[in-house]
Design a protein around this ligand. Sequence first.
Ligand code: GLN
Length: 446
Amino acid sequence: CYLNRIEEVEDKIDAFITLNKDEALKAAEEVDRKIQNGEEVGMLSGIPIAIKDNISTKGLKTTCGSKMLENYIPPYDATVIENIRKEDGIIIGKTNMDEFAMGSSTETSYFKTTKNPYNLNKVPGGSSGGSAAAVAACDVPLALGSETGGSIRQPSSFCGVVGIKPTYGLVSRYGVVSYASSLDQVGPFAKNVEDAALLLNVLAGYDKRDSTSIFREKVDYIKGLTEDIKGMKIGLPKEYFTECVDEKVKEKVLEAVEVLKDLGAEVEEISLPYTEYALACYYIIANGEASSNLSRFDGVNFGYRSAEYSNLEELYKNSRSEGFGEEVKRRIMVGTYVLSSGYYDAYYRKAQEVRTLIKNDFDKTFEKYDIILAPTSPILPFNIGEKIDDPLAMYMSDILTVSVNLAGACALSVPCGYVDGLPVGLQIIGNEFEEEKILRLAYNYE
Ligand code: GLN
């Protein structure tokens, strides 16, 4: 019946790049057979899950929203996909995204622009806009996205769903096409906090195939949800409530703060002084790492190959010029510049130093507070086409999310009301590996 729903709304929403109809039906029949035979079934048995198209799925196209990988079919599953299959989840399709996860609106996709289910003239956010829209439009109850600088939380906020950016190292990156390796994390989208916690249970865990994966005792993220939040200490960073934030968004978030106070939380204003450098720092580090990661798409090892070349250098040049979109090229150029000898110290190295200062802000805060609370996005979902020709305006929409990625902490976005019929997201930020805490607060709030 989810496939019917997708057929019904897909021509309006454009959430998917590839549907996995036949395989999904086969997998669902297999789960059915297990149930009929009285065999044990997994935590996600029979649940259709939409997958962002930068996560490798064996035998199923993984395009990263790019012409470069238009016909790429991975020969293996990412670890997160293996985990989902082990728990009998159904991979129903691959969702639209900004090309190579670079963007905040899903408009940089080579294939299509996903529409916001709340208003078809608005963007769904990005880069995981297809996954967020698919959950919001009830195409699927669960989806996977990836974050480098806000790509799960911001579209969650824009589409009125729950999205989690896990602590760096909690979820395996094996088989996830790299954007900026020191920032990338996969995380869940769901309609509510409990469903998101269920999917996180399946995703989280040590993986020896990812050298940045961290070994921790397994946690059941559902178990602690119902505990109360009396006495929880919450900090509201003044830098996240400046004039850059839409007044109506602020108002909704402050209404949520009142609800949390009534539930027994203690709320105080705090300061994260290095916030003002976060966006510049993020775009130097992310672009630098991206320029290196994307060098593998050369028309030889991976991806699109130009039909026109007369020597090897031309093959590289023409394949990359024709295969990558404008935003990706812009970032490769900026990234190559900040890593180049002579400029490395002034940009990339400096940004790494600033990153440490941003992390110190968080570390100091979490010595005294359990949670940092803020809006997820400074603005409401914007019109399709409104920012696509103004990269800096587009980058500004990440201003409240990128610090968390730089610090490696965990955070989620949960809906906290509507303005003019458009959803607003409340951002709940926790210290490294404190997913239980942010989920408990979100569950109590919801
Ligand atoms: N919008 C940010 C960017 O363009 C974040 C993207 C992401 O998290 N993948 O880099």
